[in-house]
Design a protein around this ligand. Structure first.
Ligand code: HEM
Length: 152
């Protein structure tokens, strides 16, 4: 039986839709470049090693798999257990917002397809919410929550 256009479309992963390895590579490089330079990200940058090289490689493999591409992350590291892997870092709302600020700009710069970008943003924000493991300081988060007209 011939497949409908819709059925064919469903078989294309988000990984392929946004442009595959080249775009994941650019996204992660841009994300860490922002983390390295934005004053709002100073606290979360300090949680990372000086040399971001190995972390970039891991994140590229993770996003490849998370977006439906080849399972490069789990082949090497097993089940992601991401929340558990982040327990050693104090992640409050301010840290979460700083992480999303780096990611939002990277998504804007690297992903041309607006609908795909929005879907990824929403799902990443959920993951970042879930990664919080530390009470917020009195007075609320210090980093401004990222604003984006397309997501408000
Ligand atoms: C919300 C604030 C977050 C902070 C402050 C944070 C911070 C960190 C830090 C400090 C590391 C260790 C890096 C190293 O060893 O050099 C790390 C690892 C990692 N993070 Fe995050 N992270 C956050 C959210 C997220 C989110 C939302 C994702 C996924 C969408 C993510 C994915 C990863 C991955 C895949 C690793 C590598 C884990 C491994 O070792 O296998 N992180 N993160």
């Amino acid at each position: 039986m011939a497949e409908t256009e819709e059925q064919v479309a469903e078989q294309v992963s988000m990984f392929e839709r946004i442009g595959g390895f080249v775009v994941i590579d650019r996204l992660v490089e841009t994300f860490y470049e922002r983390m390295d330079t934005l004053p709002e990200a100073r606290t979360i940058r300090a949680m990372h090693a000086d040399d971001l090289g190995p972390t970039k490689d891991v994140l590229k493999r993770y996003f490849t798999e998370w977006l439906g591409g080849p399972k490069l992350y789990s082949a090497e590291r097993g089940h992601p257990r991401l929340r558990q892997r982040h327990m050693g870092f104090p992640i409050d709302t301010s840290a979460r917002n700083a992480w999303m600020l780096c990611m939002e700009g990277a998504l804007d710069q690297c992903i041309a397809d607006e609908a795909a970008r929005h879907e990824i943003f929403v799902n990443m924000a959920k993951l970042a919410d879930w990664m919080r493991n530390t009470e917020d300081k009195p007075g609320g988060p210090q980093s401004p929550a990222p604003r984006h007209p397309a997501h408000s």
